[in-house]
Design a protein around this ligand. Structure first.
Ligand code: ZN
Length: 387
């Protein structure tokens, strides 16, 4: 079996939970990788021989970023909505229908090419694991098509038939919920690991608690893990529903009551609060209070929510910078949320940390320390290294 020795690592940030901040920082260390797994980690001077070598030339190495929330399979452009919001228009989820129309009209090759470009862009920013949702098809055939394309790029595929009620069902919400939890789920489930729903009574386009519950319970019965878009636009039932149903993650968590925070803290081993600050940035909305969640003991992840409407960025270094500047996370907490926190939100123990036995999914940062992720926002310092 071929082995690769990685040397020249300036600061190795393992995120293995050790040390005062959990970052497990080491200097002068090297790694050996075989078949995509780390098989040796130790002082560079005592590294055994390997077949190949990679010299990081003094760069910082962290776990590759685990982006647990993306909507990368879509066509069309909504830059005009962004411009309108920047001059005062409020976001309510209504623009998703435009992306549904453009995505339905695109052929497979177009969608595959667009998705490949977006995956490449995410890797260029250091992401090594991407969750990808459907949700711009909203009929059985289209949702399956989007999931099949997503599955060409990641095993972490999520069925999001419960994204919004499509225009053709505007007068028959109950009929659409029945379709999502019935025939559409049956068609989609073989192509998905997860099911998600946009539970947001504050949007006329998204789903109430009862509708979301019906969709999620059907998904669980079909063998899918649960994820929830919740508490984005205002206070709502998403967090409580996610915790009650044992979801792996509830995403956004922007508007939380003390009861919501306490429920997430009690469920810290099971349900992760995933924060998506790129959305608040691009919709000019109040940010979630990450420091409040961490102080309560909640497990927190950070993701991009890359999508054409509310955050057209897959840059995890940008999300880390926002988390530090706007959510009250320390630089260490933000890096942990973007790596091991994401792994928790996908219920994975093989990613998000640099440990022997784990996947050799790395982010290489051309800087003397991980602090530069937040310290130098917008700079092209980081790239993924997957062996
Ligand atoms: Zn989303």
């Amino acid at each position: 079996m071929s082995s690769t020795l990685i040397t020249g690592i300036g600061q190795l940030v393992s995120c293995d939970g050790s040390g005062p901040d959990g970052l497990g920082i080491r200097t002068g260390h090297a790694l050996i990788v075989e078949a995509g797994r780390i098989v040796w980690l130790g002082p560079a001077g005592s590294a055994p021989a390997a077949d190949h070598g990679i010299d990081c030339a003094g760069a910082t190495v962290t776990p590759g970023f685990v982006d647990t929330h993306t909507h990368l399979v879509f066509a069309g452009d909504r830059a005009d909505e962004f411009a309108a919001r920047m001059t005062g228009q409020r976001y309510d989820g209504g623009g998703i229908g435009r992306t549904v129309a453009a995505t339905r009209a695109a052929d497979d090759d177009q969608l595959r090419r667009l998705t490949a470009e977006r995956v490449r862009a995410a890797r260029e920013q250091g992401s090594t694991t991407l969750e990808i949702k459907s949700g711009y098809g909203l009929d059985s055939g289209q949702e399956v098509r989007l999931l099949r394309i997503a599955a060409e790029f990641t095993p972490e595929t999520t069925f999001l038939g419960g994204h919004v009620v499509p225009a053709e069902y505007a007068g028959d919400r109950a009929g659409y919920v029945d379709l999502v939890r019935g025939a559409m789920l049956t068609a989609a489930a073989p192509h998905a690991r997860w099911i998600d729903v946009f539970c947001e009574p504050n949007s006329p386009h998204a789903f109430t608690a009862d509708e979301a519950r019906a969709i999620l319970e059907a998904g669980a019965a079909a063998g899918l893990g649960l994820r929830v878009h919740g508490n984005q636009l205002g206070p709502g039932p998403g967090v409580q529903l996610a915790v009650e149903l044992g979801a792996a993650s509830v995403d956004h968590c922007t508007h939380l009551s003390d009861t919501d925070v306490a429920a997430l803290a009690d469920a810290r081993e099971q349900t992760v609060a995933t924060l998506l600050p790129g959305v608040e940035f691009a919709t000019r909305s109040p940010y979630p209070d990450g420091a409040r969640l961490l102080a309560a003991g909640v497990t927190v992840a950070l993701a991009s929510d890359c999508n054409p409407g509310t955050c057209h960025s897959s840059s995890m270094p940008f999300m880390i910078a926002l988390a530090v500047r706007e959510l009250g996370l320390s630089p260490a907490q933000a890096l942990l949320a973007a790596t091991v926190g994401g792994a928790r939100a996908l219920r994975r123990s093989d990613i998000g940390r640099i440990v022997v036995g784990g996947r050799a999914d790395l982010a290489v940062i051309d800087a003397p320390s991980y602090l530069h992720l937040a310290y130098r926002p917008g700079m092209a310092l980081t790239r993924a290294l997957q062996i």
